[in-house]
Design a protein around this ligand. Sequence first.
Ligand code: G6P
Ligand code: MG
Length: 213
Amino acid sequence: MKKGVIFDLDGVIVSTDGLHYKAWKQMADREGIYFDQVINNRLRGVSRMESLAIILERAEKTYTDEEKLEMASMKNELYRESLSTLTPNDILPGVTPVLEKLRAMGVKLAIGSSSRNTPAILKQIGLGDFFDAVADGNQIQNSKPDPEVFLLAAKLLGLPPEECVVVEDAFAGIDAAKAGGMKALGVGDASRYEKADITAPTLAEIAPEKLIE
Ligand code: G6P
Ligand code: MG
């Protein structure tokens, strides 16, 4: 039985995909760069600057590093504004009961997210003080598929990686978990990823006992 569960945030605990999309879309439109939902799917689990680099694959001009920082910061301002609309009602189906049951079973719970907005999002959805450990984009150098954020989460929980299971919706996140020597549950998009050890459409469809088996 595993002793810790590390949850990705965006797309696992709360769906911020649409909000990321809207903010990037506004930025891309302003620059006249083509951007759609399919490209947006590639941004899952990927850091802000790496997301921008993916969007700029469609750009017709090259941008200086300073311009890139400006674009990323414009996107983040728009995104931060939209985060103020999040409430505990935006917690995804099945999440709250799974968290409560795991906690009652004595399992340690952490967040492992590439997002630098993790503390703000957790606060907004009423989970600011819930987790035993939070590892996020503010504390790491390499974002998923690098295992850094999950290894940090395990360390903060005081557990070796092999005692932890990761819950992820991004292919890059499953790759990160595997690279870190952890088992991974793929939900949402990642429920169709063959590298996931187990899959479920949402957390509502998986028994907590099965998750830590
Ligand atoms: C998460 C999301 C990504 C996002 C990244 C950075 O991993 O899935 O889509 O690009 O966080 O988010 P941030 O809030 O720091 O811009
Ligand atoms: Mg995610």
